[in-house]
Design a protein around this ligand. Structure first.
Ligand code: 13P
Length: 257
């Protein structure tokens, strides 16, 4: 069935988050994705790979000239300075990145990142000329307590930079309990949350929120991508485990052919 855009006017985005996986032997996976995209396998979707920082420059150079874009998985809020172990948005840009993920739940949890920190990082991304993929999502306990919408609403209003240019922000809804578990919300729950996020964006931003892409993430696989990606207000996917092999990742992106 030909893909019909669920948010008219928005180019879908499929982004792979490699997390802390991959060595230089895997640079070829990026090259394979670039050839597949050149062959039209992602259709009209924009494709982004977010490898670990150690592979970013090599992957971006191996795909030089390809429409595939690269991203970091986190950045520091400051452009430079005495922050041992951190990487700034400007450094990511210099290494070949066009995107950066901020506020992933693994960082919110393991690195105690608050909405305020996430907002500072997203602001840094925009300052450096990157697109910020801002992640939000509720835990299982929060959903079971009926708090999914207010939790995500709070994360959104706390994490989005003020006065930003909408085309350089992407929201990724990633329910924490769906990440790496093989569990996914029902299409109805995804529709409800993405609608809620769209409404929030419309309400809080100076420009219409219809221009912001809203990705779904959490156990996206080739087998469920067709259903999840055609839910209204789902403008693409943020893919973890299934983005590590080019074949699986392209099978997901292939939904947009
Ligand atoms: P999985 O696709 O492995 O569930 O991970 C999702 C994710 O966290 C992407 O950022």
């Amino acid at each position: 069935m030909p893909y019909r855009p669920r948010s008219p006017g928005l180019r879908p985005l499929v982004a792979g988050n490699w997390k802390m996986n991959g060595s230089r032997n895997d640079i070829d996976e990026a090259a394979k994705i670039c050839s597949a995209v050149a062959g039209g396998e992602a259709g009209k979707a924009e494709i982004v790979i977010c490898p670990p920082a150690t592979l970013l420059m090599a992957m971006a150079s191996s795909c030089n000239g390809s429409p595939v874009r690269f991203g970091g998985q986190d950045c520091h809020a400051e452009p430079s300075g005495a922050f041992t172990g951190d990487i700034s948005a400007e450094m990511l840009k210099d290494a070949g990145a066009s995107f950066v993920i901020v506020g992933h739940s693994e960082r919110r949890r393991a690195h105690h990142e608050t909405d305020k920190i996430v907002r500072a990082k997203a602001t840094a991304a925009l300052r450096a000329g990157l697109v910020a993929i801002i992640c939000v999502g509720e835990t299982r306990a929060e959903r079971e307590a009926g708090g999914a919408l207010p939790i995500v609403g709070g994360q959104l209003s706390g994490s989005i930079p003020e006065n930003f240019s909408l085309e350089r922000v992407v929201i990724a809804y990633e329910p924490v309990w769906a990440i790496g578990t093989g569990l996914t919300p029902t299409a109805q729950d995804v529709a409800e949350m993405h609608r809620f996020i769209r409404d929030r964006l419309n309400r809080h931003l100076p420009e219409p929120g219809g221009n912001v892409r809203i990705l779904y993430g959490g156990s996206v696989k080739p087998a469920n991508a067709g259903e999840l990606m055609t839910v209204k207000n789902v403008d693409g996917a943020l893919v973890g485990g299934a983005s590590l092999t080019s074949a699986e990742f392209m099978a997901i992106a292939g939904v947009y052919r």
